[in-house]
Design a protein around this ligand. Structure first.
Ligand code: GLY
Length: 313
């Protein structure tokens, strides 16, 4: 990002615990500590206090909770703003930026508690204009694709930068080379064009010949998680009420951590993704939470504020 002129938070990289700790003490809080490697979306620790930062660094570099992913850490400036997820489909030459989505990463409502892989999403995000998406396309996606092509590795697939929208413009927090989870569940509810046709066009380098069509309105996805998530969770807990929940208009449920052994049971941290569409964001939110009332498994936890901040910032 530095080399390509893509706007990101100022950061330092450390491979030694003592040096990282020293820097954190000099810098002060708030501050963000990130395991540098792949950590299932759980490697970023936004820390409001020095004590939180010390604990995060110890978890990553001394307790090795993310294993080798924590051999190196990034210590970044804490950026205030609204987080959005961008998904750009790329065929190596052309890219198409999808409507913005918004994940809710912390385990508890109001941005509290540990970061998770994502507890719920909305698509599109009110206030993220076509003009902003055009800027994102030009200032981030195209610059990165051009840099990758120049280095001999043209990118084909889904490029997913996570951005912070700040008063001073957007800053990239991370890049993924995959679809977001649970962003994709919301996208699937609004996508009119067949996803397979889009992916084929990416592979065949024919994205410029395709116009992606969308249903109007909004989609919301709420993740139902097991007790203990994002830490260790008990598995094989019976799940009830899915058919009843899917009778609520506009609702479809995607399975994530489930297994069918005589009956439907849990088999992971994020168990089900309940999605709903609506003409308005509020209608989609109402439907998703109405559906969730029918679903039960012991220890089930979920956020009750998905999409609420987008309506009442
Ligand atoms: N929703 C966050 C991720 O897919 O990384």
């Amino acid at each position: 990002m530095r080399n390509c002129g893509v706007s990101t938070a100022p950061f330092r990289i450390f491979r030694k615990y003592d040096k990282a700790l020293d820097y954190i003490h000099k810098h002060g809080a708030p501050i963000v500590i990130k395991a540098s490697g792949l950590a299932l979306g759980k490697g970023a620790y936004p820390c409001k206090t020095l004590a939180e930062a010390e604990k995060a660094l110890a978890e990553i570099m001394l307790e090795h909770v993310h294993k080798k992913a924590g051999n190196e850490v990034l210590v970044e400036e804490f950026i205030n703003g609204v987080e959005i997820s961008i998904h750009a489909l790329c065929d190596g030459k052309t890219s198409i930026v999808l409507p913005a989505s918004q994940d809710h990463k912390s385990i508890f409502a109001g941005g509290k508690g540990r970061n998770t892989g994502g507890m719920g999403t909305i698509v599109p995000v009110p206030g993220v204009t076509a003009e902003t998406l055009k800027e994102v396309s030009e200032q981030i996606v195209r610059k990165i694709l051009q840099a990758l092509a120049e280095r001999g590795g043209p990118f084909t697939g889904c490029l997913y930068p996570g951005l912070m929208m700040t008063a001073a413009g957007f800053k990239v927090l991370e890049f993924n080379a995959r679809f977001g989870d649970p962003e994709t569940q919301s996208y699937m509810r609004l996508l009119k064009t067949d996803l397979l046709d889009i992916l084929d066009a990416c592979v065949e380098g024919k994205l410029s010949e395709l116009a992606i069509e969308w249903h109007p309105g909004f989609a919301v996805c709420v993740a139902l998680a097991s007790k203990g998530y994002p830490g260790e969770c008990k598995k094989e807990i019976p799940i009830f009420g899915i058919s009843e929940a899917e009778r609520v208009p506009g609702v479809i449920i995607f399975h994530a951590g489930t297994i069918f052994s005589d009956i439907l049971r849990t088999s992971g941290g994020r168990v089900l993704n309940v999605t709903a569409v609506g003409e308005t964001l509020q209608e989609a939110i109402n439907r998703v939470y109405e559906a969730i009332r029918y679903i039960k498994f012991k220890g089930m936890q979920y956020r009750k504020d998905i999409g609420v901040k987008a309506i009442k910032p």
